[in-house]
Design a protein around this ligand. Structure first.
Ligand code: SIN
Length: 535
């Protein structure tokens, strides 16, 4: 089957949905998402969205906090641009129907998280992402120009170079091949503008609080199409996810610490006081490393997050989702501390894009967690991700609409997908084993504390697995599991190669071989050029 649209949007979190809503009055939108439309990382975001509330607000301190958290690797121009778009981003969300929590005076209730010097986070109790997703999905579903394809996963992009089977001066994206998961059919979609908003890659690691859709698809397919990636070594580990043998991965929002919770060892000792001036509210890299250190020296499986000094009424009202979830595992957070461990949470690097979200491949925009805009540097400031998602969706929409008006090129003649001699695999178990091996290897060797030896070991393991995946990919009919495995393997390799390049410790990248930050030699983005196309 062949489909066309002015705008092909892949991914249905805050970035993809807000781009779709911004362009849909001017052209046709095809929005592709690999599960149900609201099965996204956005839906799971708890804390909130950091933004200065009005044009008269204090932009300078939000810029400063972002730069400090990013360990001076964030791009100052991009930080300034993003922070200044905060009031507009909040106004857009409210216009689409998002309802943020208000206080007793009926003003928006601002919360605080790690690394923030002020209360500047809009939230909807402890389920901000769920509220944003609800409103944006409703608005997108209502819009007549937006067609939504659920249970469809992108396989690869279609580019001019691929079509012509030669390198071109300026490679352009022409759409994507997409697998209809239920029908097991690959659809060819031609588009004037293609947007990757597929979210993060937490599933590259064994322990993550990301949903299982976070397999780095956008990063992997953009890189395969020739787009460069940047700063892939900076995987953020969230300090506090619920530790319980029966619990599915579940985040304990940093807003709990923002409202006064304290991290303690098993014996009750608070251990953040001498780690950083912000104590328990230090930036995430510092808190995650401190927890990792405590667990290693005391041989404990977890540490404890204690907010029992607040009243039960307050806790139940402010954190209803966290309270109920903990209670369902027998933990009453109003009376006892919550057992927590760090887990992979957010990819700060991604596809290198300009200030409009455009990648190195023309007409291919990458927005949200899949992108490296320059905002997060070596460590993302809490709650800056939803802000970045909507700001760069608006910027990408702005430039695509300008181009659409200036010239409406015909759709090129795209070759449909050819599955050649592929057969059905009789050994699906290999996919599952390889998936597990990559995730374990990344957790053990490419986690919170790294070394050159661990990284090299990880690289050779992953490259071996890659060979098997390539064989599988060409010989058997593709499935969504195989597509995701191929993507996590690509992303894992990009993370390891980037980590090997950085010969210092900065932000989220800590290595025993170079434990100091080295501004003189290493204050740059780690860039890996896009894959060379083979014809
Ligand atoms: C949290 O609620 O702790 C997560 C917020 C974020 O990752 O920005």
């Amino acid at each position: 089957m062949k489909l066309t649209a002015d705008f092909l949007v892949i991914g249905s979190g805050i970035a993809g949905l807000s781009y779709a809503l911004k362009v849909a009055d001017k052209g046709s939108v095809l929005l592709v998402t690999k599960r149900q439309i609201d099965y996204t990382a956005t839906s799971l975001a708890q804390g909130g969205i950091a933004a200065v509330a009005s044009e008269q607000g204090d932009f300078a301190s939000h810029v400063e906090d972002t730069m400090v958290a990013g360990a001076d690797l964030s791009h100052p121009d991009i930080v300034d641009l993003t922070v200044r778009k905060g009031p507009q981003a909040i106004a857009d969300l409210i216009s689409w129907g998002v309802e943020f929590s208000r206080n007793d005076q009926n003003e928006y209730d601002m919360t605080r998280e790690g690394g923030h010097s002020q209360r500047r986070i809009f939230h909807a109790k402890d389920a901000t992402g769920r509220e944003i997703e609800r409103a944006l999905v409703a608005a997108a579903t209502r819009h007549p120009a937006i067609r939504i394809l659920e249970n469809h996963i992108a396989v690869d992009l279609i580019t001019e170079a691929k079509i012509r089977q030669t390198s071109v001066d300026e490679n352009r994206c022409l759409g994507a091949y997409v697998l209809d998961i239920e029908q097991q059919e690959v659809i060819t979609i031609g588009a004037r503008f293609t947007v990757l908003a597929t979210g993060g890659a937490g599933k590259v690691y064994l322990y993550t609080c990301n949903p299982d859709v976070a397999t780095g698809d956008g990063v992997a397919i953009a890189w395969r199409a020739g787009a460069a990636v940047a700063n892939m070594e900076f995987m953020q580990f969230h300090p506090t996810t619920l530790y319980h043998p029966k619990a599915k991965p579940f985040l304990i929002s940093e807003a709990v610490r923002g409202e006064g919770a304290i991290l303690r060892r098993r014996d009750g000792t608070a251990f953040m006081n001498d780690q950083h001036s912000l104590k328990d509210l230090a930036p995430r890299d510092i808190v995650a490393r401190a927890i990792d250190h405590q667990m290693k020296i005391y041989g404990d499986d977890c540490v404890f997050l204690d907010i029992t000094h607040k009243s039960a009424d307050y806790i139940q009202d402010r954190f209803p989702t966290i309270y109920e979830t903990c209670l369902s595992y027998g933990i009453d957070m109003t009376r006892e501390p919550i057992p927590v461990v760090p887990a992979a949470h957010y990819l700060c690097g991604g596809v290198q894009v300009d200030s409009y979200g455009e990648s190195g491949v023309r007409d291919l925009f990458v927005i949200g967690e899949s992108a490296s805009t320059g905002l997060h540097g070596a460590n993302r400031l809490a709650s800056n991700s939803l802000l970045e998602g909507i700001v760069f969706a608006s910027r990408a929409a702005e430039i695509s609409l300008q181009r659409l008006v200036a010239a409406r090129p015909d759709f090129p003649d795209i070759v449909p997908w050819d599955s050649g001699d592929a057969t059905n695999s009789d050994e699906e178990v290999i996919v599952a084993h390889n998936w597990d091996e990559i995730r374990r290897c990344m957790w053990n060797y490419v986690g919170i504390v790294r070394s050159d030896k661990r990284l090299s070991r990880a690289l050779s393991r992953i490259q071996l697995i890659q060979q098997e995946i390539v064989e599988y990919y060409w010989n058997f009919h593709i499935t969504s599991d195989l597509i995701e495995l191929r993507n996590i393997a690509t992303v894992a390799e990009l993370i390891v190669k980037s980590a090997l390049q950085r010969k210092e410790s900065r932000g989220l990248h800590f290595t025993l071989d170079y434990p100091q930050r080295d501004d003189q030699n290493c204050k740059y983005d780690t860039v890996i050029p896009g894959a060379t196309l083979s014809f």
